[in-house]
Design a protein around this ligand. Structure first.
Ligand SMILES: *[C@@H]1O[C@H](CO)[C@@H](O)[C@H](O)[C@H]1NC(C)=O
Ligand SMILES: *[C@@H]1O[C@H](CO)[C@@H](O)[C@H](O)[C@H]1NC(C)=O
Ligand SMILES: *[C@@H]1O[C@H](CO)[C@@H](O)[C@H](O)[C@H]1NC(C)=O
Ligand SMILES: *[C@@H]1O[C@H](CO)[C@@H](O)[C@H](O)[C@H]1NC(C)=O
Ligand SMILES: *[C@@H]1O[C@H](CO)[C@@H](O)[C@H](O)[C@H]1NC(C)=O
Length: 381
């Protein structure tokens, strides 16, 4: 009799417990499974079985469903298991800066159709980016930077038409930059993207001309530190919204397209450390420029340029290790904003100087004549 009462009580209280939970049972199951696969989950995750009601740190809910999981920099250790696929109402997943999170990015993420932000940067994820992520049509932010990802960019990512940020930087990804064809999508379809951060990988092949079009809205194009070859496509000049262009540290060849000058919103331009030939591009008219680095390219030998004196916003100009000769004219109209001009290791033999800030000319013939001049002693690393 007493035993029966106790049993009834246990069933009753267990029933109350489930009814009073503020969390949908499907989400409880998924979160518990994730908890079991991770070390260092926040202490509040031990204290309740109701992640929404007696809230678990980093978990946000709407109407009993988990809508965001934000656990950046928690020291999490373990894998992101398939269980994440159970949180079907998730809009934000931020697991960034947990260097102990390893293993592959599960393809089940592609089932989280409401996902708006997927932030996995600064962890230790390996393997390739699952093509299923292309199913995340609501996604705005995809940041998987600074992991150990390999493999190619899935063309399916081109299907995420509302994507704002694509950050794959600082991984070991390979292959070419995918553009669309009649059968598969590609990055050229990302007309709403503002940021292509694809630097410091091992991407190869050419920069496809079809990647760029006039209806794109890119502001940051970061392709530096890859193994890209071929010419800079002139179609880049169509993307009027561009503000920062980094193509440095590749193996690009040929001449710089003249219509680069059309990009008058660009404030940062680095084409350094490539194999660009032909005349040094004349960037006059690019009046927003404040940082220009064209160093370390085999441009044609020519007189030291003076177009830069017309750029009123310019702060830094780096043209070292090129082949400029003759007279460097920094006599008139030098903007007061200009702070650094680095023309080391060129063929400059004379100078007209009306400029007070840092000038670096070591490695030029003028410095064999005037070795003690300030501009001959200044050296960058
Ligand atoms: C891209 O989206 C289209 C239309 O929804 C779909 O038919 C196609 O299979 C998708 N492609 C990839 C590679 O996901
Ligand atoms: C540069 O821009 C101007 C005006 O926006 C346009 O008429 C011209 O065709 C462009 N030139 C190139 C080479 O794209
Ligand atoms: C600079 O180099 C160009 C191309 O080699 C040459 O035509 C020109 O005479 C040179 N100028 C000076 C001052 O050495
Ligand atoms: C210097 O600036 C003045 C005023 O902006 C302009 O009239 C002149 O043409 C400029 N000179 C050179 C050599 O650029
Ligand atoms: C150079 O600097 C000195 C002192 O810092 C200043 O008095 C002078 O006006 C400057 N000259 C130019 C051309 O800017």
């Amino acid at each position: 009799m007493a035993a029966n009462h106790l049993l009834c009580f246990l069933i009753f209280s267990a029933g109350i417990h489930v009814i009073s939970s503020a969390t949908d049972p499907r989400d409880v199951v998924a979160l518990r499974a994730l908890k079991d696969s991770w070390q260092n989950t926040p202490p509040s995750w031990e204290k309740s079985d109701d992640p929404c009601g007696a809230p678990w740190e980093g978990v946000t809910c709407i109407n009993s469903r988990v809508t965001s999981l934000e656990l950046s920099s928690k020291g999490l250790v373990g894998e992101l298991t398939n269980d994440i696929g159970g949180l079907t109402e998730l809009r934000t997943l931020d697991l960034s800066l947990n260097t102990g999170l390893k293993g592959p990015i599960p393809p089940q993420l592609g089932g989280l159709k409401k996902l708006h932000m997927l932030l996995l940067s600064g962890c230790s994820f390996t393997g390739s980016i699952p093509s299923e992520l292309g199913n995340l049509v609501e996604l705005s932010f995809l940041d998987v930077s600074s992991n150990s990802l390999t493999g190619e960019i899935p063309p399916s990512l081109g299907n995420i038409s509302g994507l704002y940020l694509l950050d794959l930087s600082d991984n070991q990804m390979t292959g070419s930059l995918p553009v669309s064809n009649p059968i598969t999508p590609g990055l050229d379809l990302l007309k709403n993207a503002k940021h292509f951060h694809l630097y410091d990988n091992q991407f190869s092949g050419t920069i496809p001309a079809a990647l760029f079009s006039a209806d794109m809205t890119l502001i940051h194009l970061f392709l530096d530190g890859n193994q890209l070859v071929g010419r800079i496509p002139s179609s880049i000049g169509l993307v009027q919204t561009l503000q920062m262009i980094r193509l440095n540290g590749n193996a690009l060849t040929g001449t710089v397209p003249a219509n680069l000058r059309n990009l008058t919103n660009v404030n940062f331009l680095s084409l350094a450390q490539n194999k660009l030939t032909g005349p040094l591009p004349d960037l006059s008219g690019m009046n927003s420029l404040n940082y220009v680095d064209l160093s370390n390219n085999p441009f044609d030998q020519s007189e030291a340029p003076n177009w830069f004196t017309s750029l009123q916003s310019l702060i830094t100009l780096i043209l070292k290790n090129n082949a400029f000769n003759g007279t460097l004219d920094m006599g008139i109209n030098i903007t007061k904003r200009l702070q650094l001009v680095d023309l080391q290791n060129n063929q400059i033999s004379s100078l007209v100087l009306g400029y007070n800030n840092t000038l670096m000319l070591s490695g030029n013939p003028i410095c064999t004549v005037e070795p003690n001049a300030k501009y001959c002693k200044n050296q960058s690393k």
